[in-house]
Design a protein around this ligand. Sequence first.
Ligand code: NAD
Ligand code: UDP
Ligand code: UDP
Length: 343
Amino acid sequence: QVSDSAQYPTINHGKLGRVPAGILRKRSRIVVTGGAGFVGSHLVDKLLDRGDDVIVIDNFFTGRKENLVHRFGNPRFELIRHDVVEPILLEVDQIYHLACPASPVHYKYNPVKTIKTNVMGTLNMLGLAKRIGARFLLTSTSEVYGDPLEHPQKETYWGNVNPIGERSCYDEGKRTAETLAMDYHRGADVEVRIARIFNTYGPRMCLDDGRVVSNFVAQAIRKQPLTVYGDGKQTRSFQYVSDLVNGLVALMESEHVGPFNLGNPGEFTMLELAEVVKETIDSSATIEFRPNTADDPHKRKPDISKAKELLNWEPKISLREGLPLMVSNFQNRILNEDEGKGL
Ligand code: NAD
Ligand code: UDP
Ligand code: UDP
């Protein structure tokens, strides 16, 4: 049986609590916006495990209390139901700003809300960081590169983005969030950090969020055909969630503003991904082709030399190693869902 949560090396320092191996550090107070979501909840686990105080702000649009329920009762953990589009007063040392739906299905559901979250939500969190002198990390996205004309993508590439398309609420929203972060950095001396995250997968992804990894894994478990959009030759690079979380923390603790690409350079077509899912879960699974969505980027692969050199970070877990780590979590949740329906 594989554990539900990603594993992080820690050592116990008795009264000082659990801190990362080799580093004895001051306990910080940290806000994680979007901490009830997929990536956020894994980040919260890592921060609590190393002994920090964590406050999660989340409006539960795509996040779930189930992702954090194992932390309820921990006196160093607090969960606030709050929408980042509204101002908030807090006193903390660091802000990890993740709040924003990430799956295309979710962010297109209410595009105006998505762009408000990206613009007004980020503005509020930067205003908070400015007032209290906190360090602020933005989780931006590889989508700022749009349908890229440079391959692989380096941080110096400015992107090829449709400003008026169905994905614009998300990719233009994140581009504006990056602009705001840099303007608060230059204009108000806020210590900012910008991560551009590439496709990430792992336990606790929403079952029906429409992203390709969660779709394929859930479909294979439910004995449904794997839905490949378009001709399946488009590519993505898939990163396991614990690699991302380690990268976010390394960036926050570093002296570099960024932006930094955080992703796994292993590049796969959707047809290749379907094959890996078949090998991992059910070799008899079939493939069904569906029309692709509008403005779908043809390829995406991070150049991570900058993060390797300046953050000493690189992903450790390949797709073939990472996929099995999310299967038992998906199996259990699909089973509970079926039992809930009386099946
Ligand atoms: P997710 O949807 O699981 O988590 C997002 C969280 O933000 C949820 O808990 C949601 O309820 C919360 N949220 C959304 N709008 C909010 C609002 N207005 N106020 C308060 N909370 C709000 O997504 P995720 O995959 O965990 O992504 C986390 C962050 O990482 C996002 O900013 C996303 O853009 C970025 N990112 C993720 C990926 C990926 O592949 N997972 C890739 C690139 C960037
Ligand atoms: N803000 C917040 N919490 C704070 C400080 C600011 O939510 O502790 C919000 C504030 O309401 C404003 C935004 O952050 O909407 C930007 O704040 P800033 O002080 O930079 O701008 P101003 O309020 O001067 O427009
Ligand atoms: N995709 C697919 N089948 C699915 C869901 C998505 O083939 O069931 C494709 C989608 O068209 C895109 C790629 O997988 O080319 C990645 O989609 P996802 O929504 O996971 O992430 P993003 O487009 O944001 O990179």
